[in-house]
Design a protein around this ligand. Structure first.
Ligand SMILES: *[C@@H]1O[C@H](CO)[C@@H](O)[C@H](O)[C@H]1NC(C)=O
Ligand SMILES: *[C@@H]1O[C@H](CO)[C@@H](O)[C@H](O)[C@H]1NC(C)=O
Ligand SMILES: *[C@@H]1O[C@H](CO)[C@@H](O)[C@H](O)[C@H]1NC(C)=O
Ligand SMILES: *[C@@H]1O[C@H](CO)[C@@H](O)[C@H](O)[C@H]1NC(C)=O
Ligand SMILES: *[C@@H]1O[C@H](CO)[C@@H](O)[C@H](O)[C@H]1NC(C)=O
Ligand SMILES: *[C@@H]1O[C@H](CO)[C@@H](O)[C@H](O)[C@H]1NC(C)=O
Ligand SMILES: *[C@@H]1O[C@H](CO)[C@@H](O)[C@H](O)[C@H]1NC(C)=O
Length: 507
């Protein structure tokens, strides 16, 4: 009995780690060019109230890092662009930085990555020659403190270093950066780190001067004759976001690197702009962010890397009213400084995923107390009248043979049948709702549409990043015009020649 219980707990623990490591996440950037920035403790309260589990800071502010301790929130800290030169020239400066800004807060503040600078190659090219040395020195300092397994080092890039992102299969990095990017990729590969990408469909769309349909930028379905297809791979790109991420994967591939996951350190949409920025509206921002969350939490990667989830940090928590530039530049925040939302941020478990948002599933909470889960399972299959046939040995939902999986099935069956007459998804706090269909293979959860096989609980292959990396704060720069011209040309061909060049296949 004792032994079984121990084994059960171990299984649960392993299962918890497994599902956690594999699930995609959406985090948020916290820029601080804000007139009335709330105190750090209030910021953390806003994060918690909105179920935000991952944040990226643009610096290593001690108040924020203290306030984030024991919050369960994972944190990317930032080396500012101004700090890079010093660190890149001095291993001891790097060690001092790590001691002061990382080691001093671990483990109570869960720092998982150091983002070295922000869009360094495009924003401060004079720091580019020492960027990789700075990263190396910081990594060595982490090794010396035995923190290199918990804390990764990377650097966020602007999309501009990939001059022609469409079609994705032919994308390459700007060749003038060859040697820096080559060294960088070697560093990321050797240290098991990630490529940090800032990907803004807003700019892809607005600089396209009306040639891209806004639906493509907002993740809305396109009419079938206007599907965006890569002529070389025949992959369909449902969203500009996917195309941007794949362009980065293909660019990495073109330098013969593989196995380096991409984390999107910034993506978002401004909700207010000047007279010449008509697309910066609350409605568009809400649509973009909502669909981005659904897209990311469906756990799939872009077409060329389906098994690598696209963990993403929304840009950004607050409006940064002190930022220079066009009106839109100051209006990316999801929240006002007083904590009220500009538009709802639907990150909660009950709002995960897409596909068919009309179906809500009820599943066991990962890591829930095993005794309570067992009680809940017994109750659901007994008094609750759930049909528990499918989780019996030899039946389609028996595997994985864990309490959590079996409870999920039973909770959900109960919930689908009894919800309409007042049944709740609680089970003594061990249950949670989700719109992610938990079905896998022939195991269909009640309520699942028969064709759906996606899955919150389904194993997704193991390459996915388990921690984010991040990038820099600032600049959302304008892409060079030719990028958009090339993209536009590609799109025009697709749009205007549906039956045209045989390499463009409208579906
Ligand atoms: C910190 O985050 C990592 C990465 O997700 C996770 O494995 C670890 O359990 C977290 N640590 C704490 C103390 O929460
Ligand atoms: C950069 O690398 C690409 C691909 O390997 C190559 O075609 C190009 O000539 C290189 N450019 C420079 C400036 O080295
Ligand atoms: C990548 O590998 C291919 C095949 O081995 C080779 O032809 C090409 O020159 C390599 N490219 C780079 C940038 O090393
Ligand atoms: C928060 O600030 C915004 C913008 O200034 C304002 O519209 C809103 O009413 C405020 N909310 C609260 C609860 O004070
Ligand atoms: C969503 O699910 C409902 C109920 O299962 C079903 O009737 C509807 O057709 C589904 N919609 C889509 C778009 O799959
Ligand atoms: C219970 O579910 C099984 C499939 O898992 C099904 O074959 C059976 O008919 C169901 N029983 C009832 C009473 O609905
Ligand atoms: C996840 O999103 C991708 C890209 O939009 C889409 O191709 C895929 O079908 C989605 N998967 C599920 C299970 O919804």
């Amino acid at each position: 009995m004792m032994r079984e219980k121990w084994l059960g707990s171990l299984l649960l623990l392993l299962f918890g780690i497994f599902t956690r490591a594999l699930g995609a996440f959406v985090g948020i950037n916290i820029g601080t060019d804000v007139t009335n920035l709330p105190p750090a403790s209030d910021i953390v309260a806003i994060l918690k109230a909105n179920q935000i589990t991952h944040v990226r800071l643009y610096d290593a502010d001690s108040h924020m890092l203290k306030a984030l301790s024991n919050s369960g929130i994972e944190v990317i800290v930032g080396v500012t662009n101004e700090e890079i030169l010093g660190i890149g020239e001095s291993p001891s400066a790097a060690a001092a930085w790590i001691n002061k800004n990382v080691a001093a807060y671990l483990p109570s503040t869960n720092i998982t990555a150091v983002a070295v600078g922000s869009e360094v190659l495009t924003a401060v090219p004079n720091a580019a020659p020492v960027l990789v040395s700075a990263m190396n020195y910081l990594h060595k300092a982490l090794v010396a403190s035995n923190l290199n397994f918990q804390v990764k080092v990377s650097t966020p890039h602007h999309m501009d270093i990939i001059p022609r992102p469409f079609p994705p299969s032919t994308a390459t990095f700007d060749s003038s950066w060859n040697s820096t990017i080559y060294q960088l990729l070697q560093f990321l590969k050797n240290t098991n780190s990630y490529y940090m990408l800032n990907a803004y469909p807003y700019y892809g769309y607005t600089k396209g001067n009306g040639i891209f349909p806004i639906d493509y930028a907002l993740f809305r379905p396109l009419p079938s004759v206007k599907q965006i297809v890569d002529p070389n791979t025949l992959f369909h790109y449902n969203s500009m976001f996917d195309a941007m991420v794949d362009a980065a994967y293909y660019s990495i591939d073109a330098l013969n690197f593989s196995g380096i996951p991409i984390v999107v350190t910034e993506s978002g949409w401004p909700w207010f702009g000047g007279a010449k920025e008509p697309d910066a509206t609350v409605e568009n921002a809400e649509t973009f962010v909502d669909n981005l969350i659904k897209r990311v939490l469906n756990n799939s990667g872009p077409p060329s890397q389906l098994n690598i989830p696209i963990n993403t940090y929304i840009y950004e928590l607050f409006n940064e009213d002190k930022r220079p530039g066009p009106v839109s530049e100051k209006n990316w925040g999801v929240f006002y400084a007083n904590g009220s939302a500009v538009y709802p941020l639907r990150l909660g478990a009950s709002d995960q995923i897409t596909g068919n948002s009309s179906v809500v599933f009820c599943v066991a909470k990962p890591g829930a107390d095993s005794d309570k889960l067992q009680n809940g399972l017994n109750w659901a299959c007994g008094q609750g009248q759930a049909n528990c046939t499918a989780i019996q040995s030899g039946q389609p939902c028996y595997n994985p043979d864990t309490l959590e999986n079996h409870a999920s099935y039973a909770y959900n069956d109960y919930y689908q049948k009894k919800h309409a007459v007042g049944g709740t998804c609680d089970f003594d706090g061990t249950a949670t709702t989700t719109t992610v269909d938990p079905s896998t293979g022939s195991c269909k959860f009640t309520g699942s549409s028969s064709s759906s096989t996606s899955g919150g609980l389904s194993p997704v292959t193991a390459l996915g990043p388990t921690t984010p990396l991040d990038g820099s704060s600032s600049s959302i720069l304008q892409a060079p015009k030719f990028l958009y011209l090339m993209s536009a040309t590609f799109l025009v061909l697709v749009l205007l020649c549906p039956g045209g060049p045989s390499s463009f296949l409208p579906s």
